[in-house]
Write a protein that binds this ligand. Structure first.
Ligand code: AHR
Length: 524
């Protein structure tokens, strides 16, 4: 019986061996040909008052046993500093259009409701000062979304004056009395959120009339942001690719083309989740190759969506002054069993790491137009970087992708040409590999290559022109299964490990493991 089994195993190995042989993909890179800057803001994060995203995820309060600095947990701050978060979008999301900033400043905070997300109360202990302290601790900039849906332009204008005024106005004095004499910097301003839906169900024309008023009156008074580093105003943009959404983009962009001295915008937002179909029903863990392939196929639709809306923007803004800011993106799956469905709790697997890499690469390829993006959401919600449970914290596979991509922040895009070949499973066909390259401020070439195929390794041979490559080194992120996750008990299942690459005769050779995200740098 035993020898029969051994024989059978050998036959299976013999049959599968050629199938498991590495596929070869050739890349061609000319480092002297450069494109647009990959704006560091495409690596932005999103922190909404939703579930445990802010409370517990960031804010534990100064009296907590969890180590904190002025109420903000130190472990989370340390982890986020390492991925160089450029900006954090806050306080929402749908929450932003029901947020009233005055309720969360000063010694007395009003408890309010959070009707969008789980029907819980909102303590308002994390407000303007706490948010600004948090982003200061992690070294990020503020992307503040103001309330257009249920607030007024006056309320938003006063909030901006409170945050940014240096002159001794009543609001400036109130801010100083609340502990911050210096004006805060607000780098990005979101004028509403999904105003076509949870933000007020507005028609495009109605939104545009509101947006103009907010753009005119919601001013930034910070003296350091007048000539340089001016606050960028982001208008609500589309949430899909049908006529409803192209009409929205047309309306906002047409208005922009005709704008006068009295109002302006600098960006158009776009939201696109990888969900499959609503309501979200794909499992975030405990799935197989079929769901792996399907979700990655859905996520690649980001490319078509960006191209479609960019083309409309090009009609009204050929100089590409207006950035497309994909300020909500990521995988949105079924809530984990036992969790409050309104808290949008899901696991984060190796599939999410691949999904993140594919989207970041799409943004990088559109770097001339896509100059901002915010993954949803930073902690404990949807496709999070970090998951916490009381004093415990774990870094997700998506976190490690953002860490691997740090060298691409503000690097200059370098085109890569390749024939990716195909990985097929059932009725899903995906490009076998994806790749981007960029040059950093020191002229060093960085290369990212994703192997989407969950079964077969890929042999990469990259011809490198425009540089004299001497050596290459990097890191790769993979794991045993497509749905491998990091847990509090096993936090190192999906973590990057060193990968070696050979450089010879102007070519770089490297073997990619199945279902992996790899970043290498080339020394010259
Ligand atoms: O990220 C969760 C929600 O998704 C946001 O609040 C909303 O803008 C979007 O619909």
């Amino acid at each position: 019986m035993r020898s029969l089994l051994v024989g059978f195993t050998l036959i299976v190995m013999a049959i599968t061996a050629p199938i498991m042989a590495a596929q070869k993909v050739e890349l061609s890179i000319d480092a002297s040909k450069t494109g647009a800057k990959i704006d560091r803001n495409i690596f932005g994060q999103f922190a909404e008052h939703l579930g445990h995203g802010v409370y517990e995820g960031i804010w534990v309060g100064p009296d907590s046993k969890i180590q904190n600095t002025r109420g903000i947990r130190n472990d989370v701050v340390g982890a986020l500093k390492a991925i160089k978060v450029p900006n954090v979008r806050w306080p929402g999301g749908c929450f932003a259009d029901e947020y009233h900033w005055r309720k969360s400043i000063g010694p007395q905070r009003s408890v309010t409701l959070n009707p969008n997300w789980g029907g819980v109360t909102e303590a308002n202990t994390f407000g303007t000062h706490e948010f600004m302290d948090f982003i200061d601790q992690i070294g990020a900039e503020a992307y503040v979304s103001v309330n257009v849906g249920s607030g007024t332009a006056q309320e938003a204008a006063e909030w901006l004056e409170y945050m940014t005024a240096a002159a001794p106005t009543a609001l400036e004095k109130e801010r100083a009395a609340n502990g911050h004499p210096d004006p805060y910097k607000v780098a990005l301003l979101g004028i509403g959120n999904e105003s076509w839906d949870c933000g007020g169900n507005m028609t495009p024309d109605y939104y545009v009339s509101q947006m103009k008023i907010y753009s005119r009156f919601v001013r930034n008074f910070n003296p350091a942001q007048q000539d340089k580093q001016q606050m960028l105003k982001i208008a609500v943009g589309p949430g899909g690719d049908g006529p409803r959404w192209t009409d929205w983009t047309e309306t906002v962009m047409k208005a922009y083309q005709q704008h006068t001295w009295s109002w302006d915008i600098n960006g158009l937002s776009m939201h696109n989740y990888t969900v499959g179909h609503w309501p979200p029903s794909y499992a975030s863990v405990g799935f197989g190759e079929t769901e792996y392939g399907q979700i990655l196929k859905f996520t690649l639709e980001m490319e078509g969506l960006i191209s479609k809306h960019s083309a409309i923007m090009d009609k009204y803004d050929p100089e590409k002054k207006i950035a497309l800011v994909v300020d909500e993106w990521g995988g949105w799956y079924a809530p984990l069993p036992g969790s409050n469905p309104g808290f949008l709790v899901q696991q984060n697997s190796l599939r999410d790491a691949i999904l993140a890499a594919l989207n970041l690469n799409i943004f990088a390829r559109h770097a001339d137009r896509v100059r901002g993006a915010n993954i949803a959401q930073m902690i404990n919600v949807l496709q999070a970087m970090i998951i916490t449970d009381k004093e415990k914290m774990v870094l997700t596979p998506t976190y490690y992708v953002f860490k691997l991509y740090v060298p691409f922040q503000d690097a200059t895009f370098v085109p890569v040409t390749f024939d990716a070949g195909w990985y097929t499973h059932g009725d899903v066909a995906l490009p076998r590999v994806d790749a981007i390259a960029a040059k950093d401020a020191n002229g060093k070439l960085w290369l990212e290559i994703t192997n989407l195929d969950p079964n077969q390794p890929v042999e990469i041979e990259a011809s490198l022109a425009g540089i004299t490559p001497k050596s290459a080194a990097g890191e790769t992120l993979t794991a045993p299964k497509v749905d491998s996750v990091n847990t509090f008990d096993a936090p190192n299942t999906v973590v990057p490990k060193a990968v070696s690459a050979k450089v010879q005769g102007g070519k770089l050779a490297l073997k990619l493991e199945p279902k992996s995200v790899t970043v290498v740098s080339v020394e010259q």
